[in-house]
Write a protein that binds this ligand. Structure first.
Ligand code: COA
Length: 188
């Protein structure tokens, strides 16, 4: 991890910067996936993710644990662990309904491709390992993110072909915390 980055649980001081990151990153991801015209879905996605983060920071009725990564005072990435989204439950025939999901992995476009997400995933795996969590799942319908998770986590446990339309698949990975933590080169 680059030395100018720090990873921590978000506080209320980080909210403005983190919410700005969510709006910018999700808007950019929609554009790059060719779905930027779906303005209603875009606004709903930003509002939903912002609510999850706010509730976790406020400690109000939240089952989500968030980490943020900062360059100085600026939040440049987020990750969470919490209840799986409805699609994971549905596509797994409810088998993964009780397995926690690693999600909300967002990295500011200007900082992508430099290992920020990898650092967040490593830190979350460390947290889960220490908390005694054995398994986690992670999903994606974004093609660009899928390419990265295929590289990091291998073939998905569930592949829902053409779920989002022709050649637009949805992928779910169901993985072991200890093994994924050991797969990190730091432990070799
Ligand atoms: C997906 C996202 C979180 C990745 O963040 P990032 O900081 O750019 O990712 P990293 O630089 O840490 O790279 C992660 C891994 O993907 C690999 N990778 C990077 N760019 C890649 C590409 N274009 N194709 C394939 N693999 C790629 C990296 O080599 C790294 O693999 P490694 O750990 O084996 O070296 C970021 O691009 C993002 O926020 N995208 C928009 C939102 C999104 O799709 N979130 C995920 C929702 S499931």
């Amino acid at each position: 991890m680059a030395s100018e980055w720090s990873i921590s649980e978000p506080t209320s001081d980080d909210l403005a910067s983190a919410c700005q990151l969510l709006a910018e990153t999700i808007t950019d991801a929609f554009r790059r996936e060719g779905i930027g015209h779906l303005q209603d879905e875009l606004c709903q996605e930003i509002a939903h993710k912002t609510d999850l983060l706010r509730m976790a920071v406020d400690g109000v009725e939240s089952d989500f644990y968030f980490l943020v990564i900062k360059a100085g005072h600026d939040v440049i990435g987020t990750i969470s662990y919490g209840p799986p989204n409805d699609l994971i439950g549905a596509l797994s025939g409810n088998k993964l309904k009780l397995v926690g999901e690693m999600g909300n992995i967002y990295v500011l476009p200007s900082h992508q491709g430099r290992g920020v997400a990898s650092s967040l995933i490593d830190a979350m795996l460390e947290h889960l390992y220490e908390a005694g969590v054995e398994r986690f799942c992670l999903d994606s319908g974004y093609k660009l993110a899928q390419a990265m998770w295929l590289r990091r986590f291998g073939e998905p446990s569930i592949l829902a072909r053409d779920h989002w339309g022709e050649n637009s698949h949805h992928m779910i990975w169901y993985r072991d915390v200890a093994s994924e933590r050991l797969a990190n080169p730091r432990y070799h």
